[in-house]
Design a protein around this ligand. Structure first.
Ligand code: NZQ
Ligand code: ZN
Length: 390
């Protein structure tokens, strides 16, 4: 196992009876709070009213930025940063899915810059060490943003979607009440679930050495959790155990506890961010289309044993097969999960995406070099994988 440092300062309040702790969490940073949310789901499920009454009772002054888009735009981040500067905001409260939390992270960072513009930080790859404090209330089990150091911000003018990272972006506290995800439509539930799954899988093979057994077992447990509970959450939206298992899996997948000693490759994420940058698709759906094709593309004698192990542990693929056959069955099981169990459309063509931009997307996904991972991917490899998805 490699050396590593694990430090995650996020305080998680998990469960149905935790919101009473929200005012004190906020007040530990100050009385002026910017509430950031999306297109209105928090008004429909009662979360907005709960925040309003809790903060009012605690004499907290609430400012608002609403309308954060799925795949949040840098222009929306900048609007929030301007409010922070004008009003002297003490702490940001994000209430929603990954897009809302990411937008709030961007605001937290941009608010402390001279011009309040997030894009130079994003495009310049700046590691953010200074930002306003952020508290997150999660409503969609998916991205892990509630417990990680990343925000993914889009600039639709330039077709760019880029991660902004930094220790200062980790929320100071996260409230995770699975009941607030009951209102998620089945499609968003499926996309979020596959995002969780891929966060683990994108990191899994680099830990393929047997000395990483503890880590592999933990990673497989998170993927099995998704396989077990996602279909239940889709068919029974208010099944608490299903929502709770998915929500905690979301946080576990990216809070770095599963990273110990491994190296991130994130091939599917690098390829998917280009799809959503060009076509504004739902992140988890793009991942579901890409992942089985990526595995097929990298399947050879070297990768087969690890892919087969994954299939055995996560999808109960039978023992005793030749590695290459077992790996193929594992990929088939993954495809069935994505396209039959989760019911996601299986091709880019289904999403009205053709090959027009593949070359430019592949070049950008490789960031001028290659994508590292179990197999290094050059731009022509990425383009081939996109073509397999048509
Ligand atoms: O905007 P509202 O009205 O809230 O509706 C949202 C949105 O339409 C809705 N929704 C969320 N919670 C709901 C709900 N609807 C009903 N009931 C609820 N409880 O779901 C839609 C999608 O929300 P969004 O926040 O976009 O989804 P998600 O959580 O999947 O976030 C996706 C974004 O996160 C980025 C993705 O690239 C994408 O931009 N990611 C962020 C990461 C990170 N910060 O570390 C890592 C990920 O790999 C990912 O790239
Ligand atoms: Zn993701």
């Amino acid at each position: 196992m490699n050396d590593f440092i694990f430090h995650n300062p996020d305080k998680v309040y998990f469960g149905t009876n935790q919101m009473k702790n929200l005012p004190n969490e906020l007040l530990s940073f100050g009385k002026k709070v910017l509430l950031v949310y999306g297109g209105g789901s928090i008004k429909k499920n009662g979360l907005y009213d709960e925040i309003a009454s809790l903060t009012k009772a605690a004499d907290i002054t609430l400012f608002e930025l609403s309308g954060v888009e799925p795949n949040p735009r840098h222009s929306t981040v900048n609007k929030g940063a301007a409010i922070c500067k004008e009003q002297g905001i003490d702490v940001i409260l994000a209430a929603g899915g990954g897009s809302t939390i990411d937008c709030a992270k961007g605001i937290a960072a941009a608010a402390l810059t001279d011009d309040g513009d997030v894009w130079p930080l994003v495009s310049g790859g700046v590691w953010v060490t200074k930002a306003l404090p952020l508290v997150a209330i999660l409503t969609n089990a998916a991205t892990g943003s509630e417990m990680d150091a990343w925000a993914v911000i889009s600039n639709m003018d330039t077709n760019e979607k880029i991660g902004l990272g930094g220790s200062a972006l980790i929320p100071r506290a996260a409230f995770e009440n699975p009941e607030y995800s009951y209102t998620l439509p089945a499609y968003q539930t499926a996309c979020g679930a596959f995002d969780i799954f891929n966060h683990v899988l994108d990191n899994y093979y680099l830990a393929g050495d047997a000395t990483f057994d503890l880590l592999l077992d933990m990673q497989e447990a998170v993927m099995r959790t998704v396989v077990k509970w996602a279909p239940i959450a889709m068919s029974e939206p208010d099944n608490y155990e299903a929502r709770a298992n998915l929500m905690w899996a979301s946080s576990m997948a990216l809070n770095t506890i599963l990273d110990g000693g491994t190296v991130h490759g994130c091939a599917c994420h690098a390829m998917e961010h280009e799809l959503s940058a060009y076509y504004d698709i739902t992140h988890g759906h793009g991942l579901a289309i890409l992942t089985p094709r990526w595995l097929s593309y990298i399947l050879d004698e070297q990768t087969a044993p690890a892919i087969y192990r994954f299939g055995q542990k996560v999808f109960n693929v039978e023992d005793g097969l030749a590695a290459i056959d077992g790996a193929q069955k594992s990929i088939d099981a993954l495809s069935d999960f994505c396209f039959k169990t989760l019911g996601l459309k299986s091709t880019l063509t289904d999403l009205d995406i053709d090959s027009t931009n593949f070359k430019a997307m592949a070049k950008h996904a490789c960031a001028g070099a290659t994508i590292t991972g179990p197999k290094e991917l050059a731009p022509e490899d990425v383009e081939n994988i996109y073509k397999m998805c048509l």
